[in-house]
Write a protein that binds this ligand. Structure first.
Ligand code: URA
Length: 189
């Protein structure tokens, strides 16, 4: 198995799909490599492509505020990655072929991290990681067990910026996430 450093170096040269032609930077992931909680978004936007870090635009600011409510932080106790590591042009949804080409990087990150909890941010991450029948409006905040790892989805922070009426639901989901973190994680809080 590759180390984190070897994996990141290999990922930086990725040309597995056409998104490499238009990217400025690969957005590999950020956070604690000891984290017990993995957050997964959809893919880099403009700011992320420029900076090479996930969730650094407006949606990222909201995500940081959401994390703070439950004592999580990208620098201390979680890891954040995306389904696709390169920005899709004009922020369109990643194609299935791009997603499939890229998922091996996330799988490798998952194997190195061995999280106890995976939090999918939005529909794209949830359908890729939890399953095809997933409906974000129906299934956000619910737990799904996969080989002893707990998966949950939250509304994507960009969706909350577009539709603030969903924020109260997300607050409830965050508190549920915090409850389970307190129950099963040893060094997160
Ligand atoms: N949206 C995502 O899904 N991921 C990012 O990194 C930024 C915005």
């Amino acid at each position: 198995m590759l180390s984190w450093e070897e994996l990141e170096a290999a990922c930086q040269n990725c040309k597995k799909c056409a998104l490499y032609e238009t990217r400025s930077n690969i957005v590999f992931g950020v956070g604690s490599r000891e984290a017990e909680v993995l957050f997964v978004g959809e893919g880099p936007g403009e700011q992320e492509d420029i900076k090479g870090e996930p969730f650094v635009g407006r949606a990222g600011q909201l995500l940081d505020n959401m994390l703070k409510i439950i004592d999580l932080s990208r620098t201390e106790n979680i890891y954040i990655a995306n389904i696709v590591k390169c920005r899709p042009p004009k922020n369109r949804d990643p194609l299935n072929s791009e997603r499939d080409a890229c998922l091996d990087w996330l799988r490798a990150q998952y194997l190195l991290l061995r999280p106890k909890i995976v939090v999918c941010l939005g529909r794209i991450a949830a359908t890729a990681l939890i399953g095809g029948d997933f409906k974000i409006t129906r299934d956000h905040g619910k737990w799904f067990d996969k080989d002893g790892v707990k998966f949950m989805a939250l509304y994507h922070p960009a969706a909350l910026l577009r539709d603030p009426h969903r924020k109260p639901d997300t607050f409830v989901d965050l508190k549920e996430l915090q409850r389970v973190i307190k129950e099963i994680c040893t060094h997160t809080l």
